[in-house]
Design a binder for this molecule. Sequence first.
Ligand code: UT7
Length: 319
Amino acid sequence: MKTKIVGTGSSAPQNVVTNDDLAKIVDTSDEWIYSRTGIKQRRIATDENAGTLATDAAKRALENAKVDAQDIELIIVATTSPDYTFPNTASVVQSNIGAVGAMCVDISAACTGFIYGLSMAEAYIQSGQFKKALIIGAEYMSSIVNWKDRSTCVLFGDGAGAVVLAAVEDETEGFRAVSCLHSDGSKGHVLTYGDRAKLSKNEQDFLYMDGQEVFKFAVKKVPESITEVLEKADMKLDDVKYFILHQANIRIIEAVAKRLGQEMEKFPTNVANYGNTSAASIPILLDELNRNNILKRGDKIILSGFGAGLSWGSTLLEW
Ligand code: UT7
């Protein structure tokens, strides 16, 4: 059984916050933020949250796919900033779109979450259990960052992206994705949030990140996993049309391109406009590329994520 991404959608809060806006609340500057990260602005929720953003992105993906919500049998939401511990965000989306009876699950793999989710949905479809799935990356990062900590609050943004994945019977259509997905829990302490022991003592807990450690890890592991996936698929770097990386920092993307000896033209980016939207960044970018008709049928693309866990991985698929 092969699968196909038959539709994409995304959603971001209306409220645009520029680097200059942030310089009014913490000791920072547009020059520092842009030169270190490539970020110019991000969207920050006012009335929105993970559930509403995920719902909007899902509705747009279903519309793009021309698929009825009632035909969706599986909803996976990758999120690190869900509105509730339970019910899960997938159930919130299910209720909002009317995907009655679908299996709903959130997965917590931070910025790698979307490609983990895509791979899990593909496995369910290949097993014959489901025919159509919604995979969503949705984040309300502004609710978990410390707005007094300049080293993290300038980096993140809110948003959601979604794809509809469907089984295809026609052998000339669709793909069998090749994925290499990994975690190293021994490095978990460099990127954390949500310590329940603190919360139970009414102490606040915010996102903590050792930026330099995460930077070094990403620049090493992302090229490794891209190479691993290509070896597994018996393909070469030149066979790949686009590398769609988690949008955390333009310098990470440039370093990965350099390590792989590939031109930056093959690495589309939108980090300048959204900042780091964690699990949402890859599907938001995928939706932009789809809607601008940049992806052509048959293009080989690699999606790569990395983040808390520490987790990382790459998925090769054909558009
Ligand atoms: O999605 C999860 C994955 N996360 C990532 O991929 C993030 C990976 N890491 C990074 O992108 C980079 O490490 C950062 C952008 C987070 C930081 O860049 P850096 O070049 O590693 O900066 P740094 O942490 O070494 O800080 C350099 C200086 C420090 O000052 P001193 O100690 O040199 O005087 C910081 O206090 O910059 C200071 N600084 C700031 N200055 C102005 C830190 N944040 C800011 C700020 N504005 N917002």
